[in-house]
Ligand binder design. Sequence first.
Ligand SMILES: CC(=O)N[C@@H](CC(=O)O)C(=O)NC[C@H](CC1(C(=O)N[C@@H](Cc2ccc(O)cc2)C(=O)O)CCCC1)C(=O)O
Ligand SMILES: [Zn+2]
Length: 592
Amino acid sequence: IKSEQGRAAQWLRDANDRAGRVYYNLQVARWVYATNITKFNGERQHNASIMSAEFDREAAENATSFAWENFTDSDLRRQFRKISDVGSAALLRKDKAKYERLISLVTKMETTYSEGQVCDKKGTCLDLEPGLTRLMATSRNYSELLDAWKGWRDATGRKIRDDYKEFVSLSNEAAVENGYRDTGDYWRSWYDTADFRDQLEQLYEEMKPLYLNLHAYVKNKLKAKYGESLFPPSGHIPAHLLGNMWAQSWNNIFDIVEPFAGKPSVDVTPKMKELNYTPRRMFNISDEFFTSLGLEAMPQEFWDHSMLEKPTDGRKVVCHASAWDFYNKKDFRIKQCTDITMDDLITVHHEMGHVEYYLQYKEQPVVYRRGANPGFHEAVGDVLALSVSTPTHLKEIGLLDNVTNDNESVINYLMSIALDKIAFIPFGYLMDQWRWGVFNGSIKFEEYNKEWWKLRCKYQGVSPPIHRNESDFDPGAKYHIPANTPYIRYFVSYVLQFQFHEALCNTANQTGPLHMCDIYRSTEAGAKLGNMLKLGSSKPWPEALEKVTGTRNMSANAILLYFKPLIDWLKVQNQGQTITWSEECPIEYYTT
Ligand SMILES: CC(=O)N[C@@H](CC(=O)O)C(=O)NC[C@H](CC1(C(=O)N[C@@H](Cc2ccc(O)cc2)C(=O)O)CCCC1)C(=O)O
Ligand SMILES: [Zn+2]
């Protein structure tokens, strides 16, 4: 068995090298398409996807010539197990035409989404970025918001409803061919956790009281702003009033909900514009934070080849921000239609967190160049952003003139962070509850939209501001559905990032309250984080988590500790109020 293991190890080294070259070509073709949407580039991307899938399938087939399950070397076994899981490429073995249809459906849906526009009566058309995003963030006109909200869903979700139905059946066929019950079963396998769904439910329940209190407080402020009569008696908040196209983060309505007026503003967007910030400068700030921790700087190729702004030469691009690993240990990029806002400064850190992970695990075999689980990959940048967002840090980089940390300022600050992090929790949870239901057949095509709104009303406490029916397809108006990008990773990340933040703050000897911690320039914290990132997916994720936090379990304790002062304050604010809503959506699904 020894010599066979030796032979297998050699085969693995070759397979990983070949994989690197194949994935490089795939990423280049995908990048060219995403930064210049044309028919030709679409076909080129399609062909590269086929070649990459053929490679994966063939590698999996060749792996079966080794009795790897009996190997004594656990690392060899782990690599073979990962190489044997080919994902949707399993459909190639059964029916190549079906596989081609599957990937062309995803490209078609994602392109429809990326080209979506809303045009007003005068014929001025807005893209999602920056036009509609800015409108949803800054307009305080109920019907203007409603037109944008409805128009976006008409321009995207409605158009891909039948494509999505076909996609679901092909995706499930591939999952079954790959040895899973359905696509959701396959996606959850990446967490390698038997009671994963129960753990998620438990975490949601632990954070629910904080969300209920935030929801009640924000609803009261919105009623004062827009008028009680526009809110359904069921207790839901109309989904278009929360400063975001999907009501998934509410930080853009801070001015409406601000607890204490007259304090130094925590929204540094005006200051960024006043200082003539450029996207490049935003990326330099983020890069400097990473190097202050002793982590890797963005390489020169990153600055040479990234797309940091929406092109002005007429090219159609996928504006949805993304980070790219080209699997050649040299080429790493970000594509972002960066707007000069605090929101986008946070996103810059989020995307650069992905690239830092790529840089830290680039010496791993290709098969391990992944997050310990997908939630880890989503948490890296957000951990640093928690430090960057503190008033003391914003002052240090010149985005805040003065810092006051009396109790009222602390509540204002925690509110601004809660509007992003707590508001997101139910949305991050429900996105894949819907999709897993669609994939396992419990949500039928005829009730896609009804079931979507059931989850939105139940978990988020938001309701549709106008009547919806089954020719609408509102999940399709959220990027990750047409782009077929799983979402539970973000819910997991929002839990993990506070566990990482707490652990790294301790390592950085930050003794104050957790919400004021800034790990900037702590090379000890950076080393602890970097050593975990270097693992990639070479070890089970509880082991990676333990390396940073000392525990092997996800826990909501860190996020609850972080927001403790706000929780106490909100409970006082909401005394005597009903902080829940009826589980069902408002009967008529619309406001009179
Ligand atoms: C080649 C490729 O696909 N690469 C992957 C990375 C990888 O897998 O290696 C990738 O770049 N994915 C894109 C995706 C983009 C964003 C996103 O979609 N965010 C969620 C949820 C959220 C929102 C706010 C926030 O602060 C954190 C999360 C949303 O917008 O709903 C948009 C803005 C932020 C992150 C991303 O970066 O996760
Ligand atoms: Zn991400």
